[in-house]
Design a binder for this molecule. Structure first.
Ligand code: ZN
Length: 241
């Protein structure tokens, strides 16, 4: 059977679409959500002065200090490690304070690789899909943890992420590479996730009850049946305290 160039092109596009990466909020990964993921419908908390231990404890739901992009989680691998592209400034909104954290899996094909080259390629693939297919301003997540346990900077924390529909303001997105419906996270990933969460919670004064998984905020299986219970036990075990 012979195909026209157009048919081949369409077939190719179809394959490309089925490669869509990410933890979408429905069972189909093909749908495109219209509009930008930051509706601004959530009232914006007022950032308070912070940075010293003498400041009286603020209400925990409020962002407690201006976003700093310099000091990150322990061992943070900078964005420049995997991409030379920056966010599309016209398509990203300022974060203006942090008061919650949401955990995701990548949700595409299972990830077994641990080498730097493969991780870099995968991150670039995710960024391309988020910026070209979904037309977002950058990769949606602020941090990505690969199977080797590297904690890698994604979207700069200075900007709102694009990782939970309607709930991106003040919300740090942490994604673990892999599909935890089909595989389990590596111990290195879990260890790195714990230290990342502890860092973020301490730095931004996010209480454990404000550490969510994606499925707790929207209709999705993310972060997968093999990671969800690990997060639940992390929260209840005192490991994040
Ligand atoms: Zn997700």
């Amino acid at each position: 059977m012979k195909f026209t160039r157009r048919e081949l092109l369409i077939a190719g596009l179809g394959m490309l679409v089925t490669k869509v990466t990410g933890c979408t909020q429905s069972t189909t990964t093909l749908s495109r959500r219209p509009g930008t993921p930051w509706p601004g419908s959530i009232s914006r908390p007022t950032p308070t002065r912070a940075g010293t231990h003498t400041v009286s404890a603020p209400r925990p739901v409020q962002p407690t200090r201006p976003v700093a992009t310099t000091a990150g989680p322990p061992g943070l691998v900078p964005r420049s490690w995997w991409t030379r592209s920056g966010p599309i400034r016209s398509k990203v909104n300022p974060m203006k304070g942090i008061n919650r954290i949401t955990i995701h899996h990548e949700g595409h094909t299972p990830v077994w690789f641990t080498d730097a080259r493969s991780t870099k390629a995968r991150l670039e693939q995710v960024r391309n899909i988020h910026t070209r297919d979904r037309r977002w301003g950058d990769i949606g997540y602020h941090y990505v943890i690969d199977r080797a346990g590297r904690v890698i900077e994604g979207r700069p924390l200075a900007y709102q992420g694009a990782h939970v529909s309607q709930q991106n303001p003040h919300n740090v997105g942490v994604m673990l590479l892999g599909n935890f419906e089909k595989q389990s996270p590596s111990q290195a990933q879990l260890t790195a996730l714990q230290s990342t969460l502890r860092h973020l919670m301490a730095k931004y004064r996010v209480p454990v009850r404000r550490v969510y998984t994606h499925r707790e905020l929207g209709p999705t299986v993310c972060p997968g049946r093999n990671l969800q219970p690990r997060i639940a036990s992390l929260r209840t075990s005192g490991a994040l305290a």
